[in-house]
Design a protein around this ligand. Structure first.
Ligand SMILES: Nc1ncnc2c1ncn2[C@@H]1O[C@H](COP(=O)(O)OP(=O)(O)OP(=O)(O)O)[C@@H](O)[C@H]1O
Ligand SMILES: [Mg+2]
Length: 501
């Protein structure tokens, strides 16, 4: 354990300090389990950043978690409680039954006006004791700061608050607004046990909310800016995927039987199937059959629960496609053996996509994942350097969870015409993302368009890198057993080209 808390001893100092979850799962994950009992924390953010919602949410989840938990919500603002509750009541975490016994709302506006910070401290001490509160939220710290006659008086107030918190064991959240971009380190920031900052910024025309833990005494935490949303359920935080998955949740198990792709011919090209718990990139131009091959892969083993994560086609569209091609997955979709998650490519946060993906995999014990649209996912990540790191982390986590994955990425239409084994920038950095790469291409010969498929690499496998022709018909991709027809097409293509030169 690193860092140090206030000098007052607290419970269980040797067994580690007791955690008080904020009830916001993503934030608790960032903090390594929650706040510490008896600690004082500042939640700072611009107006409308979500401080009041976060503070209330912490109270409701805390009070609802255990019959002995009590929360005290103290406001220093002129804003009436009725008005604030009017804003909070529609949110999912709200529970009127907890008021007033387990959650008490209190206005300290008057005390502060009449008796200053001393009056406020007295009120907090009395009420925390009287209600036996284990969580105290003080909303509008800035009003207390304005009341202070000097910087010293305010620092003394914070110090007294810490002493009280340590003595009662109540965890204290101080909510305060700060002028955006204030670079000055406020004295109270150095004093408290932790500082959480909520902010909002524009990404193109979209406004994105960010949460950053700037300081957290007593344990490590996930550093950096994490995306969050305010939804009808309150604050939802998405820890940065690459930070959250820095270490896979379990040990890898890379050995195991090969996994069928759903196409015996492709299995043979791969040297007997996909290495177990590996990830495969399907690269090819629009319309070549990537989604079809992915659906074939998901439906290849009825005993393995599957998950399709798509950006382009809705579940209804996929069902139609699966039925039209008589893919085995059609029945599995009807039976609910394959989950379909769909995220329009225009909205959404990349960390939200990753969190949804991993939650569904864990909850449904998914063994096969097909992610259709790596490019759409890449567009969701505003910071393009992140995508390779995110995918490397995701790949490692899927392997640890025993999942075999397949992703698609779009290449341009002229994959073969340039005589290069592959062209298009879509594959850059692909090696760190995918352990296996399968390339699908169109070959244009006179008036016909032929489809060919090849395996570029497969982890620890003896692949057959020769091209195969294929068609799409009932059952999915019908891949030829041998390379003869593909070779004949290529020979003819070269011949035709030489004739032109
Ligand atoms: N159901 C909801 N869905 C999405 N956003 C919501 C919802 N309810 C409230 N919001 C947003 O939450 C924000 C208000 O949050 P909150 O009142 O917690 O902010 P605050 O930081 O306390 O602001 P202030 O500085 O004014 O006290 C607003 O931006 C509002 O648009
Ligand atoms: Mg507020």
């Amino acid at each position: 354990m690193t860092g140090s808390g206030p000098s007052t001893p607290r419970d269980g100092a040797y067994g580690g300090l007791e955690r008080v979850p904020t009830g916001i799962a993503g934030l608790d994950a960032i903090l390594g389990g929650g706040l510490f009992r008896g600690g004082v924390y500042i939640v700072q953010g611009t107006p409308g950043a979500g401080k009041t919602i976060l503070g209330n949410q912490a109270c409701y989840t805390h009070a609802g978690a255990h019959p002995e938990n009590r929360a005290l919500y103290v406001t220093l603002l002129a804003e009436s409680h009725a008005r604030m509750l009017g804003h909070i009541a529609p949110l999912g975490f709200f529970d009127a039954g907890l008021i007033p016994d387990r959650i008490t709302y209190l206005s300290a506006f008057r005390s502060l006006q009449d008796e200053g910070l001393t009056g406020l401290l007295t009120l907090l001490r009395r009420e925390t004791g009287a209600r036996d509160a284990s969580l105290v939220v003080l909303d509008g710290l800035v009003a207390a700061e304005e009341t202070a006659r000097s910087a010293l008086e305010f620092k003394t107030f914070i110090h007294e608050l810490q002493t009280q918190a340590a003595a009662t064991g109540a965890t204290v959240l101080l909510l305060t607004s700060a002028s955006a971009g204030a670079a000055m380190v406020a004295a109270e920031h150095t004093m408290v046990d932790g500082l959480i900052e909520l902010s909002s910024r524009l990404s193109g025309r979209r406004a994105e909310r960010d949460l950053e833990v700037r300081k957290f005494r007593g344990s490590g935490f996930l550093r950096g800016r994490h995306a969050f949303r305010i939804t009808d359920d309150g604050v939802v935080v998405y820890p940065r995927t690459e930070a959250r998955l820095r270490v896979p949740s379990r040990r890898d198990h890379v050995d195991g039987p090969k996994v069928t792709t759903g196409s015996p011919a492709l299995d043979a090209m791969l040297g007997g199937g996909l290495p177990s718990h590996s990830t495969t990139m399907l690269a090819g131009p629009a319309g070549i059959g990537k989604t079809t091959l992915g659906l074939q892969f998901l439906g290849a083993d009825p005993d393995e629960p599957g998950l399709m994560y798509g950006f382009y086609e809705s579940e209804a569209a996929l069902r139609v496609k699966a039925r039209a091609l008589a893919l085995p997955i059609a029945g599995m979709m009807e039976a609910g053996q394959v989950a379909v998650l769909w995220q329009p490519a225009t909205e959404g946060l990349i960390d939200e996509v990753c969190a949804d993906l991993l939650d569904t995999i864990r909850n449904r014990r998914v063994r096969r994942v097909f992610l259709d649209g790596l490019d759409a996912m890449r567009r969701l990540a505003e910071d393009q350097d992140r995508i390779v790191r995110i995918f490397a982390a995701l790949t490692a986590e899927l392997r640890a969870l025993g999942v075999t994955g397949m992703y698609t990425t779009e290449t341009d239409l002229h994959g073969l015409a340039s005589d290069l084994p592959m062209s298009g920038t879509a594959l850059r950095g692909a090696s760190s993302i995918a352990e296996n790469i399968v390339l699908l291409r169109f070959v244009e010969l006179r008036s016909s368009l032929h489809r060919v498929i090849s395996v570029i690499k497969a982890r620890d496998s003896r692949i057959d890198p020769r091209l195969r022709g294929f068609d799409i018909r009932e059952g999915g991709l019908a891949i030829e057993d041998g390379p003869e027809r593909a070779e004949a097409i290529l020979a003819e293509l070269r011949h035709a080209r030489r004739g032109r030169e």
